[in-house]
Design a protein around this ligand. Structure first.
Ligand SMILES: [Fe+2]
Length: 615
């Protein structure tokens, strides 16, 4: 690698450890906040340095990739490999950019072997990026991923001209991975078709004879693994007979191989395949649901609470998600399994807090969002509203502080609106008249507070990839951040305690006059709590502009400067009447912004500690 590349990697690793809050919290909270602030300042410095390194040395090469010499190309390949090695990707987006540029290089110089390899790597990088958006079923990157895998796979037509075994391997792997570009829930038919075809070719003796040294059985095994994840469709209630048969066939295949391997190595088969195998036994009618639930409980109990490997994450987060999913689909079990489900729910928060940053990956966030989307709520037990708040606190202290400041200021604004301009609240929480507003004062204040607390929950899943980024965002990443709105809506819509807040998540980035912000298709008139959403927008803006611990590349303003920005944005960015009331509260808001932050940190730490004390 070039010195700048080594420096970049070192910096990215440093950021990961500086932003790690999974360890013990010191007794003196002020010491903690001081260290935390110093770390945040150091992160900002490193982010600037990395951004500069890329600007000066990296992008000029990438922009002119076809004229790069071979040594530069080798170094770029090495750099890309370091940016995404194993489960832990330091910078998957940069990794993607490099491979994407190498495609152009290979095309230009007509290097066929390299082209096939780069198409494969670029598509695979897109797959990992895409995973972040799976939760909202957005397929923006899938189309391109499919094109790239498809192009690499199309070289099967000239298979005999390609002698290199490794390149032939990339052709087969691309063919198998084509299925990855279809989402099982939105494009199930196409995905199953692609998997069927891949399994067919991998079993074809003609190809096996042509390249006997390729690991055919491993490819076939992987295709069966992929097909057995179509179990997700069965979990959602699909009863197509062909689907059930295919998923079962693959689950059996994988299970047999797992058992064989674990016998040889004297280990237990991986949890994921144990779960899928047990589910397939249920779907084909061999075992009742009660048996499956007991098996899931056993597997959950066997799993170490200190295990932060992929296996541990699957057990600690995904099994509760699968278990909850069955309880939601078969409510007759919900009551009887209350204690077990609540036990799992409490453990999830604790587990997520203790995952060290160097183990933190997109998969964990994916499991977590899956868990939240299927969260089973019991009255009198931990509500989704509380679990979300705790999760924000334990995974990202700064995000908690941001939400907490927003919540408090929304509440303050609500108080003043009830006093000065209660007619603005007619229609909110079924208040028909000004008298109703006065009567339901406490309820309105609490609603404002919770709305501020929950409005940005969708950003939780992006914290690894974007919020811990080691450089300023690229255009695509800024676009991706916008998905936190829809992700938040999806999470909040699921449970009774959070559903009323989903319109706030949806509308908090839309300008008052509709001239900008996102999402573009947002409809103000359809939001029953639009005025509260407008309050959250102002409060979140003030909190974001004065705090910025989570967006390390954005400027920080003083409370006075932010007041001025709100004055200028009245009627355009912000609701004019609310902005006027907000400005009339300048003294108390400024005072709050000065001391609120410390209080919010204290509270976040108490939330995390509270859980530790319970243990
Ligand atoms: Fe947001």
């Amino acid at each position: 690698m070039r010195p700048y590349q080594e420096q970049y990697i070192e910096n990215a690793e440093k950021i990961m450890s500086l932003s790690d809050t999974s360890g013990e919290i010191p007794a003196d909270v002020d010491v903690f906040i001081k260290i935390h602030d110093e770390n945040a300042a150091a992160i900002r410095r490193i982010v600037r340095e990395n951004t500069e390194l890329l600007r000066q040395e990296f992008f000029p090469v990438l922009d002119n990739i076809v004229s790069a010499d071979e040594e530069t190309i080798r170094q770029l390949e090495d750099f890309a490999a370091h940016l995404a090695s194993g489960n832990l990707s330091l910078d998957i987006f940069l990794h993607y950019k490099i491979h994407n540029a190498l495609i152009s290089y290979a095309r230009h110089w007509k290097k066929r072997g390299m082209l096939i390899r780069e198409l494969y790597h670029t598509a695979l990088a897109l797959f990992y990026i895409q995973e972040n958006m799976d939760i909202i079923e957005d397929r923006s990157y899938s189309w391109k991923m499919g094109m790239l895998f498809g192009e690499a796979a199309s070289f099967i037509k000239v298979y005999d001209q390609i002698q290199d075994v490794e390149t032939r391997g990339y052709i087969h792997r691309s063919m198998g991975n084509l299925a990855l570009s279809y989402n099982i829930f939105t494009d199930g038919e196409k995905k199953l078709w692609a998997m069927r075809r891949s399994i067919e070719i991998l079993q074809d003796p003609v190809y096996r004879e042509k390249t006997p040294s390729l690991p055919w059985d491993t490819y076939l095994y992987k295709s069966h693994q992929e097909r057995s994840t179509a179990m997700g469709l069965l979990r959602r209630g699909d009863t197509d007979q062909r689907l059930i048969r295919e998923v079962m066939e693959s689950a059996e295949y994988v299970w047999e191989r797992q058992r064989e391997n674990s016998r040889k190595k004297d280990t237990t088969p991986a949890l994921r395949w144990r779960v899928i195998y047990q589910e397939s036994q249920y779907y084909c009618g061999l075992q009742p649901l009660s048996y499956l639930l007991t098996q899931l409980e056993k597997m959950y109990m066997d799993c170490g609470r200190e295990d932060f490997s992929q296996e541990g994450m699957y057990g600690n987060l995904f099994i509760p998600a699968v278990y909850g999913n069955y309880l939601q689909h078969y409510p007759e079990y919900k009551k009887g399994k209350r204690d077990i489900m609540c036990h799992m729910n409490r453990n999830v928060v604790d587990y997520v807090h203790r995952v060290p940053n160097n183990q933190l990956n997109d998969k964990l966030m994916w499991y977590l969002l899956t868990f939240l989307r299927g969260f089973v709520e019991y009255p009198g037990e931990m509500l989704q509203k509380h679990i979300v708040t705790r999760l924000i606190a334990c995974r990202n202290l700064d995000a908690y502080v941001f939400s907490r400041l927003t919540a408090q200021m929304t509440r303050m604004l609500m108080g003043k609106v009830i006093e000065d301009c209660p007619r603005l609240l007619e229609g909110v929480l079924s208040c028909a008249t000004v008298q109703d507003v006065e009567k339901r004062r406490e309820e309105l204040l609490q609603f404002a507070f919770d709305g501020g607390m929950l409005h940005d929950v969708g950003a939780l899943g992006l914290c690894r990839m974007l919020l811990m980024s080691a450089r300023s965002w690229m255009e695509e990443e800024s676009a991706m951040f916008k998905y936190h709105v829809e992700a938040g809506v999806r999470i909040l819509e699921r449970c009774e305690s959070t559903r009323p807040f989903s319109p706030i998540a949806r509308g908090h980035h839309v300008y008052y006059d509709g001239s900008g912000g996102y999402p573009a298709e947002y409809d103000r008139a359809a939001n029953p709590v639009q005025i509260v959403t407008d309050m959250v927008s102002i409060a979140a803006y003030a909190s974001r502009m004065t705090e910025q611990a989570t967006h390390h590349t954005m400027p920080i303003y003083t409370p006075g400067e932010v007041m001025e920005q709100i004055r200028q944005g009245a009627g355009h960015l912000f609701h004019p009447e609310l902005a006027r009331i907000w400005l009339s509260m300048e003294a108390e808001l400024t005072a709050y912004l000065q001391c609120g932050r410390r209080e919010a940190y204290l509270e976040a730490i108490r939330l995390i500690r509270g859980r530790e004390e319970e243990r």
